[in-house]
Write a protein that binds this ligand. Structure first.
Ligand code: G6P
Length: 615
């Protein structure tokens, strides 16, 4: 989704602004832009704003800056993911009003009313965006005699909605103002230069020292100073966080796409997620942190909230909590939960799951839950220091490493691993006996090796994928805990291949989807050898009887046979406790190959964003 970078320095900062945007590219965007305060003639002339924008990738913007070179010591840059108005140069950020330029992430809900009022005052609008009202509002306060900081403070009070912004002015050429409400913004500290960005990742090439701005805070940076203000305009101090993570190798290596690289990383990142959290036969509860034990002792129910792929992980965990531990667990999509009246049972643990830790709806759900009577909040998250991690009572990290592909793969399977540890930690206070725990842990130990075996099926899955390339619709079926795996398989396929894909619990087939079955509709089934296998087989016979083509990911002993109507991919036998994780991998590979066959933009599928920081 949209990305912001801002720099105040004493050297030409165009390369920092561009590199920052490149590092945020994976989040999804459709245009990019940069504004520099260009100091013409070594400062003998007044500073002028130079703005360049391009539709499409950052590389297009770079080409423009080569054709018409620009440089400067202060500036802001942006990648835009269209919400209000199409991806055009006019709608791309930065937006300008006289001497002022602004970049914005988020949505201004009262933009229509503000736009009408500003038009009456004579401001001319060039774009269809909600963001443009912000720059004119700030310019309007400046024209009334405010300096840039106080103009931004005054303007923010008039906006309803969510924002992270970066603002510069020709009249204050060494200053960048940043502010946030409902969208993330960090400040980076350098040597004789300071920065702002929507994600520290954008600035890791220039600093490892960050301040995470809290809600309704404003920051003013110059090359040699920074000041942070709360919503009352009072200056406040915030701790500097030094990021110590080892810099990951963020290129694709031998792989054609990030997605396939990340699929193949699963054995090692699953191992990383387990590392230090299990002994030979027990889970190590201390790995949940010092406060966890007291909280877990009191848990009577679980509520899990998430979006997208993380919601599918939540749904798997519901089966595990109820079947293994006998604990009531309800799951809900964050965007639904946040806007409805909810009831809370006593001693309910509120769990959020998020790869990024910045998903707007999940954060809003957490903020709502904190006002309700929950026992405590626990985040399962992949990004240390993300908003979700900072705002939850307990954070349990997945160690998937940075996930670049928009379609989540390794983040999902590591979420399942982390959730399984959580289920055991709480479940040992309920129906999970020591003996059962030892068995579950043994299976977890075997996971990385089994995942390797699954990945060795890549060529068979590539072959299978050709049957999907020309199709327009696909149905995924699963039963029990493998139903959410079917949901995740369908989501992967639609996200990156643009083939319409739906998932159903196989038992629901005759309540509707059976009407869709014909020889043109591939049906994918997840078929481990468990107690629901015979039920699933009957459902699949119903498909066959209607001429449907079946693609079955089946346990090697499940008794499926390849014939003209059925294609079987034999999956090595695995225990029920880890099979949702195991069966995910071939479905990821199937989607990947179908998308490559179709020639889509696998890592940055159209219209989608990696981190959805607006509603
Ligand atoms: C976006 C991403 C998905 C992700 C979802 C939730 O839609 O494209 O891959 O599952 O957001 O994101 P989160 O970071 O909260 O897991």
């Amino acid at each position: 989704m949209c990305g912001i970078v801002g720099v105040a320095a004493q050297r030409n900062i165009l390369p920092i602004l561009i590199e920052g945007l490149k590092r945020l590219e994976y989040r999804g965007y459709d245009s990019a832009g940069v504004a520099l305060l260009q100091n013409i003639d070594n400062g003998n002339e007044p500073t002028k704003l130079a703005i360049q924008k391009a539709v499409g990738k950052v590389v297009g913007l770079v080409d423009k800056t080569i054709e018409n070179p620009i440089s400067g010591l202060t500036g802001i840059s942006h990648t835009r993911w269209a919400t209000h108005g199409k991806p055009t140069e006019l709608n791309a950020h930065p937006h300008r009003s006289g001497p002022i330029a602004l970049v914005h992430n988020g949505i201004i809900e009262n933009h229509s009313a503000l736009r009408d009022a500003l038009k009456k005052k004579g401001y001319e609008f060039l774009s269809e965006t909600d963001s443009e009202v912000m720059v004119h509002t700030i310019a309007d306060f400046c024209s009334q005699g405010h300096d840039l900081k106080s103009a931004v403070q005054e303007a923010l009070a008039t906006f309803k909605g969510a924002y992270a912004i970066g603002v510069v002015s020709e009249n204050e050429p060494h200053r960048v103002i940043g502010a946030r409400q409902g969208s993330p913004l960090v400040m980076g500290i350098g040597i004789d230069e300071n920065y702002i960005a929507s994600d520290p990742l954008a600035l890791r090439q220039v600093t490892d020292r960050f301040i995470y701005l809290q809600e309704n805070e404003l920051v003013e940076i110059t090359p040699t100073s920074y000041h942070i203000y709360d919503s009352n305009g009072e200056e406040i101090q915030r701790d500097v966080v030094q990021l110590t993570e080892v810099q990951e190798n963020l290129d694709k290596g031998e792989h054609r796409h990030y997605m396939i690289k990340e699929i193949f990383e699963q054995p090692s990142v699953i191992q990383n997620t387990l590392h230090g959290r299990i002994s030979e036969d027990r889970i190590l509860e201390e790995s949940f942190g010092a406060e966890a034990r007291d909280i877990f002792d009191k848990v009577e129910q679980i509520k899990i909230i998430a979006c997208g792929t993380s919601f599918h992980a939540a749904t798997v965990a519901k089966y595990w909590f109820e079947e293994w531990a006998g604990i009531t667990c309800t799951v809900e999509i964050a965007s639904e939960y946040r806007y409805r009246k909810v009831t809370t049972a006593p001693n309910t643990l509120f769990v959020t799951i998020s790869q990024s830790g910045e998903t707007a709806d999940t954060l809003a759900a957490l903020s709502k839950a904190k006002k309700l009577n929950y026992l405590a909040s626990l985040a399962v998250c992949n990004v240390p220091n993300s908003s979700l991690v900072r705002e939850s009572d307990i954070a349990f990290m997945t160690h998937a490493g940075t996930e670049i592909g928009v379609a989540s793969t390794k983040a999902f399977t590591t979420q399942l691993v982390a959730l399984q540890l959580l289920v055991i930690a709480i479940g040992r206070r309920y129906e999970i006996t020591e003996e059962r725990e030892a068995k579950l842990v043994k299976q977890l130990h075997s996971l990385p090796r089994l995942c390797e075996q699954l990945l060795a099926l890549n060529n068979d899955i590539l072959e299978m994928s050709h049957a999907f390339t020309e199709k327009h619709h696909t149905l995924f079926l699963g039963r029990g805990v493998h139903y959410p795996i079917a949901l995740e398989g369908a989501l992967k396929l639609k996200e990156i291949s643009y083939i319409h894909a739906e998932a159903y619990p196989a038992g629901e087939l005759k309540h509707g989807p059976l009407a869709l079955i014909d020889s043109d509709m591939p049906v994918v089934a997840v078929a481990p050898n468990n107690e629901l296998l015979e039920k699933l087989k009957s459902n699949l016979e119903e498909v066959q009887a209607r001429g449907g083509k079946l693609f079955v990911f089946a346990d090697k002993d499940a008794g499926f046979k390849d014939d003209g109507q059925t294609t079987v991919l034999n999956i090595p036998h695995c225990e029920e406790s880890i099979s949702p994780i195991i069966y995910t991998l071939p479905l990821q590979l199937l989607s990947y190959h179908v998308a490559v066959n179709k020639g889509t933009d696998v890592d940055q599928p159209r219209n989608l964003a990696k981190s959805v920081t607006v509603e």
